[in-house]
Write a protein that binds this ligand. Structure first.
Ligand code: PLP
Length: 391
């Protein structure tokens, strides 16, 4: 049977690889739909939950990424979504219902807090805040408010508060709640040994690593992740296969980048601690940091975010940021490029002064997210900006 060129163009058989001949790298399955040779085979695969049908439900490139992230985090499964915030919102929507209460750490990412406070509240879900540094307050909150879900970060963004994960998860589970840990700053490979029900990651950060792709992940064992897997394709914030490909490529160098960024962060923190223009350094790798011992026992590294309070207030923080030459002025983290922002306007402007101070963000707080530049160059740049040169 011969067809017109118009028809042929749409129906030419696809190139097939011979048996055993595999692409070295997971290809980008840039397709919205998948097909089967017959309706019966489609139905059979659908019933057995095998194969792929529609990329909003599942896509092989995205699936490859989900398998990698689940394995790194030491859990059964993962749902990869379009951003870290899609992961936060989808997980909470799937796990909560009207009448539930959610406990959220003061020391957590501002858009996530605002989703709980301003959006979930419209659907009859109430919330309370607790400090990850005050397990007794969490204990009291669990007894009185009986939250269904408790969420916190380890360490927290932007000033690296380090929760005692064993202590917090014990309290949470003793009261029958689910524990969600946003592990974006901690890394993709840590804390799997703790009794955390759901891990959240912004894959935009250390997983992608190159500031060129957005993504998020929800990771957990089959029983906890089932309602999330069911709701995610209905809500629809699925990851695009091209994004999954970029993140898979980023992951191949994840350990090298992450460990190098952490080592440079330690050097940067030590330099800042000795500088007269710096009032306080928020980095748990410093022996004087209140969570240094806990972090040594709990984590493999101290992270690649170094925050500090500059002498003076917001104006000093802003002009310091503008004097830096190597740090990009940008609000993300985990990139090969070093980034800087004054922390208070981005992360704590929804808090009154007293609460912002309690969470450790003051007008002079600056957040550095360390990249892959040479430590010596970054430190020289910080020195010239702290000394007021280059203005
Ligand atoms: N969680 C934390 C701790 C973050 O720092 C961020 C982003 O900065 C997010 C979640 C949200 O991730 P995304 O920007 O990929 O939506």
């Amino acid at each position: 049977m011969t067809y017109s060129k118009e028809t042929e163009l749409l129906h030419r058989p696809k190139v097939k690889l011979p048996e055993g001949n595999e692409p070295m790298v997971m290809p980008i399955y840039q397709t919205a739909k998948f097909t089967f040779p017959s309706w019966a085979e489609l139905l059979e695969n659908h019933d057995k939950k095998t194969g792929f049908f529609y990329s909003r439900t599942s896509n092989p490139t995205v699936r490859q990424l989900e398998n990698q992230v689940a394995a790194l985090q030491g859990r059964d499964d993962c749902v990869a979504l379009a951003s870290g915030m899609a992961a936060v919102t989808t997980a909470l929507l799937a796990l909560l219902k009207a009448g539930d209460h959610v406990a959220f750490a003061y020391e957590s990412y501002r858009p996530a807090r605002s989703f709980v406070r301003d959006t979930l509240s419209r659907w009859g879900i109430t919330s309370s805040l607790f400090s990850v540094r005050d397990p007794d307050a969490l204990q009291a909150l669990m007894s009185t408010k009986k939250p269904a879900v408790v969420m916190f970060e380890a360490p927290s963004n932007p000033v690296n508060h380090v929760p005692d994960i064993a202590v917090l998860t014990e309290i949470i589970h003793r009261h029958g709640a689910l524990c969600l840990l946003d592990n974006t700053l901690g890394g993709l490979h840590v804390f799997g040994e703790y009794d955390v029900d759901i891990f959240i990651h912004s894959l935009t950060k250390f997983a992608g690593g190159h500031s060129d792709v957005m993504g998020g992940a929800i990771v957990g064992n089959d029983d906890v992740i089932a309602p999330i897997k069911a709701l995610a394709p209905i809500l629809g914030p699925m990851m695009d296969p091209h994004a999954a490909f970029l993140i898979l490529r980023g992951l191949e160098t994840y350990f090298l980048r992450f460990r190098h960024q952490c080592a440079t962060s330690q050097a940067v923190a030590e330099f800042l601690e000795g500088h007269e223009a710096v009032r306080k350094v928020h980095y748990p790798g410093l022996p004087g940091h209140p969570s240094h011992a806990l972090c040594m026992q709990q984590a493999e590294s101290f992270g690649a975010v170094v925050s500090f309070d500059i002498n003076g207030g917001l104006r000093e923080a802003e002009s310091f940021v503008d004097r830096l030459k190597l740090f990009y002025v940008s609000g993300s983290l985990g990139s090969v490029h070093s980034l800087v922002v004054p922390a208070q306007p981005l992360f704590a402007s929804d808090y009154d002064e007293q609460t912002a101070e309690m969470v450790g963000v003051v007008p002079g707080t600056v957040r550095l997210c360390i990249g892959l530049e040479s430590a010596d160059d970054l430190i020289s740049d910080l020195a010239q900006a702290l000394n007021g040169e280059g203005a």
